[in-house]
Design a protein around this ligand. Structure first.
Ligand SMILES: *Cc1c(COP(=O)(O)O)cnc(C)c1O
Length: 366
């Protein structure tokens, strides 16, 4: 077979295999994660990861055994940390698996819809699409708040409303009065999910205190951001025990590998929590000073709400700034293609040295 024939038959094979896949999957564009987009640099400020990692102990004595579906130490410590009871906690493979499980548990493929408020985290839409669940977008209003009245009008069309607080990428918090109004209207009609992946950076704004009052409320959490464990893949759903029981019907039998459970338990110990809180204080201080410097810079039009471990920044020329940073080896996240976010770049708060590098590039006049 000539080289050309081999190439041709490879593409024919790829074509035949692709046609075997579900039409929904054939049409799908996968989530453009920071890892998938890639880039060449030495300073990674594009995935809201923590700048440093910590050490953990591993005990391999029981690796021959299947792990617990819901490791009790992890569930109990997270419940204590979050101020809920263990029956209100589900641990999963990252917050992303929580999103996926909620959709697979509550939405009938080809029939039901979720509601989201763009611009927001991309995985709500991706999980809906891969499960053939429809998406109703009620964009954030001009104050970048969910349009609660418009959402309430859609409640008979949707099974799950996804809100994100602090919102990724805009950093805004969901207004509690509006949320309560939505939760009251959602009774018996739809779940309302508040994704709190970044809540450790502003813990006083958690909506977890509403769980006791509103059984339709679900809160998503993760160890990937403030806990500095994005590589661990460990997240949580907080919800009414009946919702947790339903999710447990759908979750695979061994979702949490034993080493993950061991490390998560250490991260949630008293010492682990204090390491996390120290990191949060440092990153919040770096964020405040970066935000102040950016706000005064002549290339910056606006710095968005600073509630997560990132800043969304509206530059006069976002594309040029992004390229200038990339040339200096600093990889940021470009949101220019999202509706309403032209020239907006998201900067993860990293170490002091990384923030200095960002400011150095900003000071260089081109
Ligand atoms: C990072 C993130 C998550 C979940 O991340 P995992 O690594 O899967 O735990 C969920 N929601 C938002 C808004 C995020 O930014």
């Amino acid at each position: 077979m000539s080289v050309n024939e081999a190439a041709l038959s490879a593409s024919v094979t790829a074509d035949l295999l692709t046609k075997l896949a579900r039409p929904q999957v054939q049409a799908l564009t996968p989530y453009q994660s920071a890892r998938r987009i890639g880039g060449h640099g030495h300073i990674w400020l594009n995935a809201n990861e923590a700048p440093t990692s910590n050490d953990y102990q591993l005990d391999c004595a029981r690796l021959n055994r299947y792990p617990e579906c819901q490791p009790p130490t992890v569930v109990n410590s997270y419940a204590a940390y979050a101020g809920v009871s263990p029956e209100q906690v589900l641990v999963s493979r990252g917050g992303d698996e929580s999103i996926e499980l909620l959709i697979r548990t509550f939405c009938e493929p080809g029939q039901d819809n979720i509601l989201l408020c763009s611009p927001t985290y991309g995985m709500y839409a991706i999980s809906a699409q891969t499960n053939d669940v429809g998406i109703i977008d009620v964009p954030l209003n001009s104050e970048r708040q969910p349009d609660f009245n418009a959402i309430i009008k859609q409640l008979d069309q949707v099974k799950i409303v996804f809100l994100c607080s602090p919102n990724n990428p805009t950093g805004d918090l969901v207004d509690q009065a509006g949320l309560c109004q939505l939760l009251a209207a959602a009774q018996g009609r739809a779940l309302v999910v508040v994704d709190e992946a970044y809540i450790e950076f502003c813990p006083q704004f958690s909506q977890a205190n509403l769980l006791a009052q509103y059984p339709e409320l679900v809160i998503i959490r993760t160890l990937s951001k403030a806990f500095g464990l994005a590589g661990l893949r460990c997240g949580f759903s907080l919800a009414h025990p009946s919702v947790i029981a339903l999710l447990l019907k759908v979750i695979p039998p061994y979702p949490i590998p034993e080493p993950v459970a061991q490390i998560a338990a250490q991260a949630l110990s008293e010492q682990g929590l204090s390491v996390m809180r120290t990191r949060v204080a440092e990153l919040n201080a770096l964020k405040t000073s970066l935000a102040a410097r950016l706000a005064k810079h002549h290339e910056v039009k606006k710095v968005y709400a600073p509630h997560g471990n990132y800043l969304l920044v509206h530059f006069k020329d976002g594309g040029a700034l992004f390229a200038r940073m990339a040339k200096a080896g600093i990889i940021l996240r470009d949101f220019a293609s999202r509706p309403g976010l032209a020239d907006c770049i998201r900067i993860t708060i990293g170490s002091q040295a990384e923030m200095d590098a960002v400011l150095d590039v900003l000071q260089q006049e081109q």
